[in-house]
Design a protein around this ligand. Structure first.
Ligand code: CMX
Length: 437
């Protein structure tokens, strides 16, 4: 397999570099811990390693050093003017190299070989009541596939630490191959007419998802590719990626780790914000009987803030500017659905809300994140809002599994930070203040 060959070439040098840093530079200080970080969700604490992606507060996400506009321009595409193959992005995340078309298609081919869903997974899904949230079904379905983990099987058969990454790559490819199939199956079970559309082996990962959803529109194929690329990764410290990293550090396999990550993604401050953002726009549309004017949007935003609630889709723990993922979706909306009322509401919100949040004075970042726009595009194609977080999860499977393979390649240990009592923190403060005095 091409991807495995490339990683086999790359891993020894990285492993050597990491081993050197861990052994020879172990005592070098690269960050200090502040009291605000201990009580403030560890914001900004530099304690994780990711060469796969990096978020610049002003320029946003970089995948292996490339910005979103660069990614959309440089990755191989199924045709002129189309969005890139998701398989090409996966190659880049995994190897750090921009793929040739052959390399991108080799990933798509691996996915094609592995995408058949076991029957029992479908039975687990259809045994559940239809008012179950799709994220619950998604997480359960991933866990239902765990018995197929190559890593767990080979680990118990006797695998040495240096070999861990190989079967983890196997799991990564099988899991990511099946993720869109599972997701579309859940969608059609909950919201469809009871029929399931099998995958089409002639289509690429993104287009195949559109096909299995039953949305036969080339624009939706392109939106799917774009959606999964934009949601693929956002450093290692975000709640879902970090959950997966923590779980996998115990040598749990990627099925356990990714299922756990989806439980973190299901929270309204994280992945569920895309569903919440659409619901928030929906309520504005109903309240004003159509697209609100800027004045009405401002009134509506203040009512939300005065009720002590957050405006979903705005703000970010790391970003301090408009999210470039928001910008890429916004461009898609302007090109393909400028007359859509919900997209028009996104435009009004973008015009008004950053100023309102600045006046409100709490949020460190008043600018929109990816969730402020993604739902309006999905809604245009008839996708139910409660499903939007699953779409986020499909994309996130790419970054999480790539991180999983590299954590094994670098032979990182189990995570175990230290907790302190409040009394010990107070003592540490006194010691620090006495030292200054
Ligand atoms: N609306 C109203 N208030 C907001 C706000 C928003 N969109 N964003 C931040 N604030 C508030 C916070 O609630 C916090 O208030 P308190 O001091 O009363 O607790 C204050 O501003 C400071 O928060 P912050 O440091 O700017 O933001 P955090 O790093 O704590 O949180 C985030 C980041 C994303 C959770 C927050 O901005 C938020 O809740 N946004 C709305 C939900 C959302 O869009 N989430 C999706 C994030 C994208 C992703 O998951 O990738």
């Amino acid at each position: 397999m091409l991807l495995q060959e490339r990683l086999t070439q790359k891993i020894p040098a990285w492993r050597e570099k990491v081993q050197f840093l861990r052994k020879e530079k172990a005592e070098v200080v690269i960050d200090h811990v502040h009291v605000r970080q201990v009580f403030g969700g560890m914001r900004g604490l530099k304690v994780l390693v990711s060469d796969i992606s990096f978020v610049d507060p002003y320029k946003g996400i970089h995948f292996r050093g490339y910005t979103i506009p660069e990614i959309l321009e440089l990755l191989p595409k199924p045709g002129a003017g189309k969005m890139p193959y998701v398989g090409g992005l996966y190659w880049l995340l995994m190897t750090g190299d921009l793929p040739t078309e052959e390399e991108a298609l080799s990933v798509e081919e691996e996915w094609r070989k592995r995408m058949t869903l076991p029957e029992w997974v479908k039975q687990v899904i259809t045994a559940m009541p239809k008012d179950t949230h799709p994220m619950t079904l998604f997480s359960m379905a991933i866990l239902a596939m765990q018995k197929e983990s190559a890593f767990t099987r080979q680990y118990h058969a006797g695998l040495t630490k240096t070999e861990f990454w190989g079967p983890t790559l196997e799991d990564a490819l099988t899991l990511t191959a099946r993720i869109p199939v599972v997701a579309a199956f859940i969608y059609r079970y909950l919201y469809g007419d009871g029929t399931y559309i099998p995958p089409d082996p002639n289509l690429d990962w993104g287009a195949n998802f559109a096909h299995m959803m039953g949305i036969d529109d080339e624009r939706y194929q392109d939106l799917s590719r774009l959606y999964f690329i934009l949601h693929s990764d956002h450093e290692l410290g975000n709640a879902s990626a970090h959950t997966a990293h923590l779980v996998a550090s115990t040598l749990s396999d990627l099925y356990y780790a990714f299922s756990a990550a989806m439980n973190a993604l299901a929270g309204p401050l994280h992945g569920l914000a895309n569903q919440e953002a659409l619901k928030w726009l929906d309520a504005a549309y109903k309240r004003y009987g159509g697209v609100p004017t800027p004045e009405q949007m401002e009134e509506y935003a203040w009512d939300t803030l005065n009720a002590g609630r957050v405006i979903p889709g705005f703000g970010h723990a790391v970003l301090r500017a408009t999210d470039p993922r928001f910008k890429a979706f916004y461009d898609f909306g302007e090109k393909h659905l400028p007359e859509d009322d919900y997209f028009k509401m996104v435009q009004v919100a973008y015009e008004v809300i950053p100023r309102v949040l600045q006046e409100h004075g709490k949020a460190k970042n008043p600018w929109p994140n990816v969730d402020a726009v993604s739902g309006s595009l999905q809604r245009h194609f008839g996708v139910e809002p409660t499903f939007y977080t699953v779409l986020f999860g499909i994309g996130r499977s790419l970054g999480i599994t790539a991180h999983g393979v590299w954590a094994r390649a670098m032979m990182l240990p189990i995570e175990r930070p230290k907790s302190l009592t409040v009394q010990r923190i107070e003592e540490a403060i006194q010691e620090a203040e006495a030292a200054v005095a």
